[in-house]
Design a protein around this ligand. Structure first.
Ligand SMILES: [Zn+2]
Length: 305
């Protein structure tokens, strides 16, 4: 193996002839256990390491592909774009430029996508935040998308699922981003009055104003294994209270043990669990086969299905 993967200035290369080389995209190095695993096996397993169960982060589109029925997704509010209300510029940061770069690289306007789809033929409203876009942070547009999603779910009589990975409120929009916490809370209260549930799926990492508002204001709280969820990070808390925190502090398993989440659900089981939960709130005509579609989502994942 050492001979085969010889380090050069241009990266790993091989002394073998080109036709004997293994293409780089055949292997994936797990961020959890650092082992090389087959890229195909990793993809087929919905980006969960088969050796150590490390759940690699998915982007928003991958979540849609994984969980929803094929071709059921209808995105809404895709054109809502953030402004730069404060003209935020610092020596290391230029908000307007950063947004422009991210729009070009992600082909998306913001850190969240929202719309309507079905799981096991049961309709729901879905809003997914994407950590790759400014840490999934909540500015005015992300807040507006979450609030509109809750209002749509209330008006249409559908459950709301939010999938949440975020560093918190977006400091570049100052008070306008903090205001979103109150706005989404009011919209979620309307959803509750309409008798529809909010299911929140907490991913690694979810912190700050997002945890402190809509991500925690849910009827059913789910988390992925080993996800870290909190308000302030453990280092800040340790410095403030001057005490050592438990090793697994703010992990999904710790939160489950202390009653802060309802279930820790491995990615491979998520579609089936969500289908069952949504089925509890969906009229019988829609609830048929909530289980039957099982875990096809993981199998079809990233194959364009
Ligand atoms: Zn691993």
């Amino acid at each position: 193996m050492k001979d085969f993967l010889r380090r050069t200035q241009r990266g790993f290369t091989s002394s073998r002839k080109p036709e004997q080389q293994i293409p780089e995209d055949l292997w994936h190095k797990c961020a959890g256990c650092k082992e090389l695993i087959s890229a195909k096996q990793f993809q087929d397993n919905a980006k969960v390491c088969p050796r150590c169960n490390y759940h690699e982060r998915l982007d928003a589109n991958e979540w849609v592909s994984l969980l929803l029925d094929p071709d059921s997704w209808q995105e809404q509010d895709a054109a809502l774009a953030p402004a730069d209300p404060l003209g935020f510029v610092s020596p290391k940061d230029n908000y307007a430029k950063k947004l422009q770069t991210l729009r070009e690289s992600t082909h998306r306007q913001e850190a969240a996508i929202s719309g309507i789809g079905t799981i096991a033929e049961q309709p729901l409203v879905l809003c997914v935040s994407d950590f790759a876009f400014m840490g999934g942070s909540m500015g005015a547009v992300v807040g507006e998308k979450v609030a509109r999603s809750a209002e749509r779910a209330a008006d249409a009589g559908m459950p709301l699922l939010t999938i949440n990975a975020s560093g918190g409120a977006r400091m570049h929009e100052g008070m306008l981003s903090l205001m979103q916490m109150a706005k989404v809370s009011v919209a979620l209260a309307r959803l509750g009055e309409a008798g529809q549930p909010h299911i929140s799926l907490l991913l690694d990492n979810c912190y700050g104003g997002v945890t402190a508002s809509y991500a925690s204001a849910a009827d059913i709280m789910l988390a992925e294994p080993r996800a870290h969820v909190g308000f302030a990070g453990p280092r800040v808390i340790e410095q403030t209270i001057r005490q050592k925190l438990p090793a697994d502090f703010q992990s999904a398993e710790f939160l489950l043990e202390h009653g802060m989440v309802d279930m820790v659900v491995p990615r491979a089981e998520l579609r089936a669990v969500l289908g069952r939960l949504i089925g509890l709130y969906t009229p019988k005509a829609h609830a048929v086969n909530a289980f039957a579609s099982g875990n096809n989502g993981a199998q079809a994942f990233l194959r364009g299905a």
